[in-house]
Write a protein that binds this ligand. Sequence first.
Ligand code: NAI
Ligand code: MG
Length: 358
Amino acid sequence: RRSNAHRIAVIAGDGIGKEVVPEGLRILETVASRFDCAFEFDHFDFASCDYYQQHGTMMPADWKARIGGHDAIFFGAVGWPETVPDHVSLWGSLIQFRREFDQYVNLRPVRLMPGVPSPLANRKPGEIDFYVVRENTEGEYSSIGGKIFPDTEREVVMQETVMTRVGVDRVLRYAFDLAQRREKKHLTSATKSNGISITMPYWDERVEAMAKAYPDIRWDKYHIDILTAHFVQHPDWFDVVVASNLFGDILSDLGPACTGTIGIAPAGNINPERRFPSLFEPVHGSAPDIAGQHIANPVGQIWSAALMLDHLGETTAAEAVVRAIEEVLARPEYRTRDLGGNANTAQCGKAIVDALTG
Ligand code: NAI
Ligand code: MG
């Protein structure tokens, strides 16, 4: 055990989470043997529907103390709607992590990989390579509002958008910092200031103010409606795209969808100040329809490991893992069924390990 080891809380969760997380760990163990870094893995059985069945809650009361001191959380997927309603399993676990650990950045790479057919015609790897940075704690997803006179003619329903200067500025700063580390140094902001006439002009105002601190970044903004069209028609225009909670939610599904299968997309829920652990997980859920068959694509989980390595400062290792993924996806014999191949979860995972050591 090394004193500088990264302490990782591992939560596999439900369904295929239990099948793909081991493949992610296999990669991290390979990374530890190949690069100058080390990990200490602590496994937790909570934040799963099995735990709920035994305990009547998704997590123990002291969950925050048990994982709050770790450097990162490596998460599979949660949800088993047959036994636990989705809003119970999700709000009792993932949403708690995001809120209580102030993971205010949701980061999703959008990258066309070799061997993965894009639904967009004639796009080649290299042409689509950007990040969506979504505000993850406020904005349109507030709990301020309510319903009065329910079930009457006078029924009124309201829900307020909440933007704070602290909340907007911190996610913008993260996005500009990210753009600064990228070759193109280009940032795009999603807005809708023509329709949403109070909060969105405010968002624009903060982008403009923040841009002054980053004179070397070229930046632009688009209304969300045309921006979704540009994602499809001109994905090569983008480098770092920053958006409020709702717009970011939409863009961060649309972006990866433009690059193929949900089985390979990763996500980071990040607390950039590192006051709390950040959480890395594949975009997909627990896939009850294929769970137990060992055919799930492990790439989303493995790419999430690469995002985690990057966050932990292990950038060389992170890049090597992404390259190993690219190398393996380019070869038909290691593709899983969702990519039209015949490989099972472990065969695909092992091939990536081999590419990393080879
Ligand atoms: P899902 O992502 O689990 O599955 C959607 C479709 O994609 C399914 O046909 C599935 O077989 C396929 N798929 C997903 N991941 C795959 C992979 N790695 N390899 C091959 N095929 C894959 O979404 P769904 O069905 O809407 O939700 C199922 C459960 O997962 C629900 O309980 C839901 O609440 C939960 N969920 C959890 C998330 C999380 O933990 N962050 C995110 C999304 C859903
Ligand atoms: Mg979503």
